[in-house]
Design a protein around this ligand. Structure first.
Ligand SMILES: N[C@@H](CCC(=O)N[C@@H](CS)C(=O)NCC(=O)O)C(=O)O
Length: 278
């Protein structure tokens, strides 16, 4: 924690110690981006049950909706001026855009270097509605890439559903809310086991093939542009952090070995260079 921090990052409280267990992908994208730029900030941990209250306190509307059209309040939020609540930014991609615009040359440099980000989802996933809609075109290629990556991981998160761990204070409420969202009654139904699990894992591996190809473009790795990290690596890295914490240990080890280890190498490199928790 930085006592004179300039910024405040609001992240989701999992199970204590939060620095060890936190694994929400979008807050992690913001943390990686702040560390990429070498900026001073501190983290405020928000219980799942308090997210809506925190966002509303900053006057931020929801940037996602549930399937029934109601507001889905999310983190991260980044407050850029602790004296001014209206300085809050409530979306990870907007945070990255803000950091690049305000600190173009800081830290590791350009978050959005030009590169080919063609990554197409397998055809049977392409018709799904994007999780978050964006109507601006700042770094539109990165925004499109993010929409596809978010979908690629989201459709396989059932593999990680039973591995997410919550503060006992809110665990029951979080479980009930997750069940409400998918219209199921029992916690067992949220997970997936046996042959169905093997099939979902195979689908996950196949879906990540296009991302592995981008990571293999420059054989020196570990990033898509070889030694140069970018926000594209961070977009994937936020999800890898979640998988590293929420998949059963043996499966996370498998994932790290897929495609000659490109995802394991990317995760390790991001954690080492930009994974510090402030
Ligand atoms: N478009 C938003 C999406 C943020 C988002 O989906 N956040 C998730 C965590 S990764 C969340 O806050 N979920 C709260 C919940 O499931 O109740 C962004 O990129 O910041």
């Amino acid at each position: 924690m930085e006592p004179d921090a300039t910024f405040i990052l609001y992240d989701i409280a999992s199970l204590k110690p939060y620095t060890e267990n936190s694994c929400a992908p979008n807050p992690w994208k913001a943390r990686y981006a702040l560390n990429f730029k070498g900026l001073s900030y501190r983290t405020e941990w928000v219980l799942m049950t308090d997210i809506a209250k925190v966002r509303k306190g900053f006057g931020l509307s929801a940037c996602r909706n549930f399937a029934d059209g109601t507001a889905f309040h999310t983190l991260p939020v980044l407050v850029t001026d602790p004296k001014d609540p209206s300085s809050a930014i409530g979306d990870s991609f907007d945070i990255a855009n803000y950091l690049q615009k305000t600190f173009p040359d800081a830290g590791a440099g350009d978050l959005f270097p030009e590169q080919n980000l063609d990554y197409t989802l397998p055809a049977h996933f392409q018709s799904l509605v994007p999780l978050s809609e964006r109507d601006d075109d700042v770094h539109a290629d990165y925004a499109r890439f993010q929409a596809n990556v978010d979908m690629a991981f989201s459709v396989h998160t059932q593999l990680a559903a039973h591995g997410m761990r919550w503060d006992p204070e809110v665990e029951e409420a979080v479980r009930a809310e997750f069940l409400r969202r998918i219209g199921k009654k029992s916690w067992d139904e949220l997970g997936i086991e046996g042959e169905a699990r093997e099939q979902l894992k195979a689908s996950f591996e196949a879906t990540l093939g296009g991302l592995a190809a981008l990571l293999k473009r420059d054989a020196s790795g570990p990033f898509m542009l070889g030694a140069q990290p970018s926000y594209a690596d961070i977009i994937v890295g936020g999800w890898l952090r979640m998988m590293s914490k929420a998949l059963p240990k043996g499966e996370w080890e498998e994932l790290q070995r897929w495609y000659d280890g490109v995802f394991g190498k990317l995760h390790a490199a991001l954690q080492k260079r930009f994974g510090e928790m402030k």
